[in-house]
Design a protein around this ligand. Structure first.
Ligand code: FO1
Length: 326
């Protein structure tokens, strides 16, 4: 190693909501705050009831602060719903539920925007206030919005996901605003950091959580070019997603509804794939895609499961860097 070469010890994790946040929590419990950056999808963001809502950023923030609502998978623990009930009585929209405590986050984000903060700055402020030490970055400060092309026409993401409960048949996706959007400066800088050891693709929905991040100008190309390994953790176990519509979407898009289908979808820009041990029989098929593969339990029920998986991913990254055969 060159005398002044920095130690490569930084991890960048790309995440959607619930599943991604679980691994992000595991990583945050074994890596110090200067060795982990979490970049969250913001293509689920929307304005609702006049407030700016950033579901994946908030899920990551609440999870890292251990304030997340485990039952719902989104929002804050110990939530109450007085505002929603009062709004319902007034005939207001109630299909997207904003809890009383969660509302404070959206109100404060709105205030910060009015003061001139970017989403990156507002997120850093909010994370700091709830005690999150690890940097959590939005993928972009520009608006990108996922639209689903379905048998019922084009639907905005939250209309598909929450209002229609993922029932429409998905035919494709469109990321409105993606051509005008740039990845955030901090996100790009994290990918070009000489100390970058690995990029981890958390077990999030490949189409609506990971794809918007990868589709931002230059991101896919950067991931293909950097020397640090890019490692994806399977969001599918035994043909099922732990939570959310990933498997349903895969079937509707006529893709193989299994971990191999995800690996194939990512294959041209990742280097390694973490497969659930229950899917070990797909290993050879995924290796044939030119990827290195390791297997572990990816179903994260406890904090220990999250930390164990995080450890496996980091060990895998280091082994890949050293070109050890796995
Ligand atoms: N998901 C639901 O299924 N129903 C809701 O009413 C709902 C409200 C909500 C409020 C704030 C927030 O940050 C997330 C919320 N989510 C809700 C989750 C969200 O729609 C999805 O989990 C993500 O966008 C997908 O990652």
């Amino acid at each position: 190693m060159m005398a002044n070469a920095p130690e490569k010890n930084k991890i960048v994790a790309l995440s959607g909501g619930v599943g991604g946040a679980k691994l992000a929590l595991g990583l945050s419990r074994i890596l110090p705050s200067d060795q982990l950056t979490i970049v969250a999808n913001t293509a689920d963001d929307f304005e609702h009831l006049g407030l700016p809502i950033s579901p994946d950023l908030d899920t990551v923030m609440y999870t890292l602060a251990e304030l997340n609502n485990r039952e719902l998978g989104w929002g804050l623990e110990g939530e109450s719903w007085h505002c929603m009930s009062a709004l319902e009585r007034l005939g207001g929209e109630n299909w997207f539920r904003l809890g009383d405590r969660d509302l404070a986050t959206h109100i404060q984000r709105s205030v910060l925007f009015k003061e001139g903060c970017s989403l990156t700055e507002a997120t850093a402020y909010l994370c700091n206030r709830v005690g999150v030490k690890h940097p959590v970055l939005p993928m972009s400060d520009d608006a990108v919005r996922t639209m689903l092309i379905t048998d019922q026409g084009e639907l905005a993401f939250q209309h598909y996901f929450v209002r229609e409960q993922c029932k429409p048949v998905v035919k494709g996706f469109r990321f409105s605003g993606i051509d005008q959007a740039n990845p955030s400066e901090e996100f790009l800088a994290s990918l070009h950091d000489p100390a970058l050891a690995a990029v981890v693709i958390c077990p999030s929905n490949p189409f609506v959580s990971v794809e918007p991040i990868i589709s931002l100008r230059g991101v896919r190309e950067t991931l293909q070019q950097i020397s640090a390994p890019v490692i994806a953790v399977s969001p599918i176990v035994k043909g099922e997603a732990i939570k959310g519509p990933t498997a349903k979407m895969m079937a509707e898009l006529s893709m193989p509804t299994n971990a191999y289908g995800v690996a194939q979808y990512y294959a041209d820009w990742i280097d390694g794939f973490v497969l659930d041990e229950q899917d070990a029989d797909s290993r050879a098929q995924i290796v044939d895609l030119g990827l290195q593969v390791t297997t572990h339990n990816t179903v994260m029920r406890s904090l220990q499961d999250r930390m164990d998986l995080a450890e496996v991913v980091i060990d895998f990254a280091y082994a890949m860097k050293e070109n050890t055969s796995l």
